[in-house]
Design a protein around this ligand. Structure first.
Ligand code: 5CA
Length: 442
């Protein structure tokens, strides 16, 4: 992508209500545009990151055996009357009436709708276990939408729903999501710590939140430093191995980790002092086992192998996809701007032509641009007439993992400068070697 053909409205104007660094950087880099309280447009740069996260979440859900579908944003109030949550949900639910006078709502979550789909089609144990998920916009009329997309009113969530014959089966489904979340966050380049949580309005007796440590986090977190060093299960993890699933949970839950809601000062003080971490955290995922809370009132029954009808046991599993864009920035930036983990970066590499009006320089940069594209890399090519300093600052601000610079000196010696954003290291290389370095082949 040539910068002169792209839509990248970088700006210095940041409103005073943008108090946290991710909100400021997302506005400055032209990733988002606020359209109303807690409501945002995703401009091209931000949209690319959102899509990258969505794709990683999808791949890891699929790997764990969940199946993707898509449910609408608008729901019938009657479904929620069935479960008994229509009145309970309160002011956070955006209620709408259609032209026929029917009560509708903009979905804050989808337990009711998925349970309705399930009960319509699934009658036998043979279809179980089943885990269905989607990535869809939600609306919650938050009292205090703030921190940009971190706490929006409209936000993108991945929500998965599991169905099992009994509690033992449902706990296995829960553990699969637990392991899948660890792999997902690992691939997103962040460390998310699972912590025991309060199920809140979703209900149930087993629940974990996944939190990323960051100064601006809304939750106070307390944990044993050792929990931070437990590696993710990894790409080869076997989700059908029940013992391995249990081990992944145990490896973490044996260390103390809790948010303020569940904090036990006595248990915390039993940890050796040098291992005690008291920090702030951002909740990027939340998983629940709620048994028959929805299947019972909504009559989601299936026939067991012995012919008996049983009410299914359910769980739901959320990831804040749009929140993650901001959370990753909170966890990865410096005074010059964002530092994207390569897996979610809006482009793989930036290419700066220092003198696009100088023919040898622009020919050299054009050829490098072609070479990078041919290697399958997604390139943001700054071919604008702006000053070199402005170009460097802009690239640092938007935080692509690698930046190549072509200038008159390099053209003479046949070299480009390759800069690694995270470390700041710079090195002069031939175009060929630079591409190999970016691809991780040397
Ligand atoms: N139905 C369950 C699980 S699918 C559920 O709704 N869980 S939740 O309420 O915990 O939301 C799931 C995730 O969505 C949260 O962990 C958080 O990362 C994200 N989220 C929740 N509210 C907001 C919000 N107002 N803005 C941005 N992200 C949010």
């Amino acid at each position: 992508m040539r910068l002169t053909r792209f839509f990248l409205p970088v700006t210095k104007d940041v409103p005073s209500d943008a108090t946290i660094v991710s909100h400021q950087l997302m506005l400055r880099t032209g990733m988002i545009r606020q359209n109303g309280a807690g409501i945002y447009s995703w401009l091209p740069l931000g949209f690319r990151v959102l899509k990258k996260i969505e794709q990683i979440v999808r791949e890891e859900m699929d790997r764990a055996g969940a199946i993707e579908l898509l449910m609408p944003t608008l729901q019938q109030a009657d479904l929620w009357r069935d479960s008994g949550r229509y009145d309970d949900y309160g002011e956070e639910m955006l209620r709408i009436r259609d032209r026929h006078g029917r009560d509708m709502l903009y979905g804050p979550t989808n337990e009711e709708m998925i349970t309705d789909i399930f009960r319509t089609y699934v009658k036998s144990y043979k279809a179980l276990p089943l885990n269905l998920y989607h990535q869809q916009w939600k609306f919650r009329d938050e009292v205090r939408p703030r921190f940009g997309v971190m706490r929006g009113r409209e936000f993108l969530m991945k929500d998965a729903y599991s169905f099992d014959l009994d509690e033992a089966g449902a706990r296995v489904s829960y553990q699969k999501m637990f392991a899948a979340y660890l792999n997902t966050f690992d691939r997103l380049g962040v460390k998310a710590i699972p912590m025991q949580a309060d199920p809140g309005p979703i209900g149930g007796d087993l629940s974990h939140e996944f939190l990323i440590l960051a100064k601006s986090g809304e939750s106070a977190v307390f944990c044993d430093r050792e929990v931070l060093d437990v590696p993710a299960p990894g790409a080869d993890f076997d989700f059908s191995d029940h013992e391995a699933l249990q081990a992944e949970t145990d490896k973490r839950t044996r260390f103390y980790a809790a948010t303020d809601e569940k904090h036990d000062p006595e248990a915390f003080s039993a940890i050796p002092e040098e291992r005690r971490v008291e920090a702030r955290g951002i909740e990027v995922g939340h998983i629940f086992y709620f048994g028959t809370k929805y299947s019972e009132p909504m009559k989601a029954d299936v026939q067991r192998q012995d012919g008996q009808l049983v009410t299914i046991h359910g769980g739901s599993y959320g990831i804040g996809v749009s929140r993650l864009v901001a959370a990753i920035i909170e966890a990865s930036h410096d005074e010059n701007g964002i530092i994207w983990p390569a897996s979610v970066s809006p482009f793989d590499v930036g290419l700066i032509s220092m003198k696009p009006d100088d023919e040898p320089v622009s020919n050299f940069a054009d050829a490098l641009y072609e070479r990078l594209n041919a290697a399958g890399l997604d390139v943001l090519y700054d071919d604008s007439p702006d000053r070199a300093g402005a170009k460097f600052n802009r690239m640092d601000l938007i935080g692509l993992p690698w930046v190549l610079t072509v200038g008159p000196r390099g053209v003479k010696s046949g070299q480009v400068e390759l800069k690694h954003r995270a470390s700041g290291e710079k090195i002069d290389l031939s175009p060929e070697d630079a591409v190999a370095r970016i691809l991780g082949m040397d």
